[in-house]
Ligand binder design. Structure first.
Ligand code: GLC
Length: 634
């Protein structure tokens, strides 16, 4: 029985395509047969219309947190949002703002956000629509054979739900067990979405955003426990089931995996963050802002933020997560405050700030976002950054300092500086380390986190340049024969045993443990464009191009320099294919990088500089941009 019915609400019209959780689980779903869908609407728009008309209802537990639409508004094409007494306004968020760690931070002026957004919208509205962009491109150079093949494969990977494209499978390797690679992974779909958007094919992305939104709010359990409401699934699958016990009629259902089936039962913390980032990119490139303004979409953003911003026991502004909660979805010693999650979190907060509809009900949320952004950027810029100078400081750290003025705040024992780093850290350049928590600095270099820190402006402009300088300096280690190392260096010997739990997939220089992942190329390309160094991206793409097609687009490469196709790598891995295409498209249209990037925001720095000077001197000093700059941009 559905949660909707159990709350005493009138039963909805049963759509023929729906979410699996309304049905008892079918242990043996029949195999796919296109002729078995007599009941699916042929009209591609029907599913979206059904969504807009509220036929796919949110469960009662979600409705309880939805602010009711106060007046009819054509832009509010909500799902069945109902008025719940006491749910108006932002009760659930109130707690977050008042108790936020940076209560002393100067509240940022909301009107300003509105103004900035208006300006930005004007610029965006002036941007060429995707069809024109596609045409401009088409007039340019001829696609190479590799690109043509990549497009063919990407289109083959498209998953349809009731005749409508909703995503792409993770891999289509005929020679390997599918496991869950036949599912649409949220994080894997992002480069596919970007390739489609840049090519002018926007429907698949809109459908993806709306359907995953429906999955977000569905009831989910891991054993007898229900994870938080805002969680987005790691992946979903379209299943075909007999319609109400019939042997002849079948229906398609979306079956999400929130980690309850995933290997190791890992929580996909990054999914919701990616969803927000993609939603903004979709709006910026299509000009279809109506989508992000819908009540159900606004609610989706809030649910994700609610999960991320709610109070816990943590002392830091960074997000506390379990091991394997992101692209590295197996045990790899990245529990705590891994850089990748912090960079995506920062980026998602910046994107949300642009998209949240400003009204009385959202002011507190926007203030909470600003406070968190200020604190998070300071924390990462200050404590995660290492270069020659900083390593030298850590090397000479005093320990056991008990006071507010401690220099070695996290009580790091200098013996933790790994021997590989002593010689590896270049004179010029630096990077953000993998993780910081009490008495622990994970000095490994994680590519995605560093690149996304550049893209989102989590790092300072100087740090961003230095990260690219380091990558250039350490080209052989990080790019080798195939860009790009997921992390450097690999865990070996006892460390591998202890930290990975002797994981045979994550052996040294393989898979997540120092393997090379071509999908990371698109993020590298974005970072290079942002910093004005596209030639570096071109060099990396040229390297990848030599092998990707010949090697059948593998998921990852092994060995210290990425010479071999990964031991257990899937072939025809979709995000390898789409990552390559997206990199090429961004290089051709560097202006389009702005659909994902964020610029330095001095006002955020100001908030942080104020609170720092207050805590340092015990008095409130006047906030100024100069103070912000001098404290945070050096
Ligand atoms: C692996 C990767 C993960 C990816 C999934 C599907 O589990 O670690 O990041 O999403 O495969 O490609």
């Amino acid at each position: 029985m559905s949660a909707t019915v159990s709350m005493g609400l009138s039963a909805t019209v049963r759509p023929c395509c729906r979410l699996l959780h309304l049905l008892p689980k079918c242990p043996h779903p029949p195999s796919f047969s296109p002729s078995l869908f007599p009941k699916c609407p042929n009209d591609r728009l029907a599913v979206l219309r059904a969504l807009a008309a509220g036929h796919h209802r949110r469960p009662s537990s979600v409705r309880a947190t939805v602010a009711p639409a106060s007046a009819p508004d054509v832009r509010r094409l909500s799902t069945s949002v109902e008025s719940v007494p006491g749910a108006a306004g932002d009760k659930a968020f109130e707690r977050i703002y008042v108790q936020g760690g940076l209560a002393a931070v100067k509240p940022l002026v909301i009107e300003r956000v509105e103004e900035e957004r208006k300006e930005e919208k004007e610029i965006k509205d002036a941007a060429p629509p995707p069809a024109e962009v596609a045409e401009e491109r088409a007039q340019g150079r001829e696609e190479s054979e590799a690109e043509k093949e990549a497009w063919r494969l990407l289109k083959r990977a498209v998953v349809n739900y009731c005749g409508t494209p909703v995503g792409t499978v993770a891999a289509e390797d005929p020679g390997a067990q599918p496991l869950n690679y036949d599912q649409v992974f949220i994080r894997d779909f992002v480069p596919s979405a970007l390739a489609f958007l840049l090519k002018g094919e926007t429907d698949i992305v809109k459908n993806f955003l709306l359907h995953t939104l429906q999955l977000q709010s569905w009831e989910k359990t891991v054993d007898c426990y229900s994870p938080g409401q805002g969680l987005m699934p790691a992946s979903f699958k379209v299943r075909t089931l007999p319609l109400d016990g019939s042997n002849e009629a079948y229906e398609e259902v979306l079956d999400p995996d929130f980690g309850e089936s995933a290997i190791g039962r890992v929580a996909p913390v990054d999914s919701g963050l990616w969803w927000i980032i993609l939603l903004r990119a979709y709006g910026k490139i299509t000009g279809d802002y109506a989508l992000q303004e819908r009540v159900d979409v606004q609610t989706g953003i809030r649910l994700i933020l609610n999960l991320c911003l709610s109070d816990g026991f943590d002392m830091f502004p960074s997000l506390l997560v379990t091991d394997g909660s992101c692209m590295i979805d197996r045990r790899m010693g990245i529990h705590g405050h891994p850089l990748e999650i912090q960079a995506l979190f920062y980026s998602a907060l910046r994107c949300s700030r642009e998209m949240i509809t400003v009204n009385d009900g959202s002011k507190n949320l926007l203030r909470a976002i600003n406070n968190r952004l200020s604190a998070l950027s300071f924390h990462i810029r200050e404590y995660y950054w290492v270069d020659m100078k900083k390593i030298n400081e850590i090397y000479r750290y005093k320990t056991e300092e008990y006071s507010q003025d401690a220099i070695n705040k996290f009580n790091i024992y200098p013996e933790q500086i790994p021997s590989w780093l002593v010689n590896w850290i270049p004179e010029k350049g630096g990077y953000l380390i993998g993780n910081v928590q009490p008495a622990h600095m994970d000095f490994r270099f994680f590519s995605l986190g560093n690149l996304w820190a550049i893209v989102s402006s989590l790092s300072t402009p100087r740090q961003a340049e230095d990260i690219l300088n380091l990558i250039e300096d350490k080209w052989d280690d990080l790019m080798g024969n195939m860009p790009l190392k997921i992390c450097y260096p690999a865990l070996e010997f006892d460390e591998w045993h202890i930290i990975t739990g002797s994981d045979p997939k994550n052996t040294p220089w393989s898979y997540h443990n120092g393997g090379s992942w071509p999908t990371l190329l698109w993020q590298f390309t974005l970072a290079c464009i942002k910093i004005g160094r596209p030639e570096l991206a071109r060099k990396a793409i040229a390297l990848a191009e030599k092998r990707l097609s010949i090697d059948k687009w593998p998921e990852y490469y092994d060995t210290r320099t990425g010479r071999f196709i990964g031991k257990q790598a899937r072939l025809y891995q979709t995000w390898t294919i789409s990552g390559y295409l997206t990199s090429k498209l961004f290089l051709e249209n560097p202006g389009m990088a702005s659909i994902l990037t964020c610029e330095e925001d001095l006002e955020l720095l100001e908030g942080c500089a104020c609170s720092l000077s207050k805590s340092a001197k015990g008095t409130r000093t006047k906030c100024s941009r100069t103070a912000a700059k001098s404290q945070l941009l050096v």
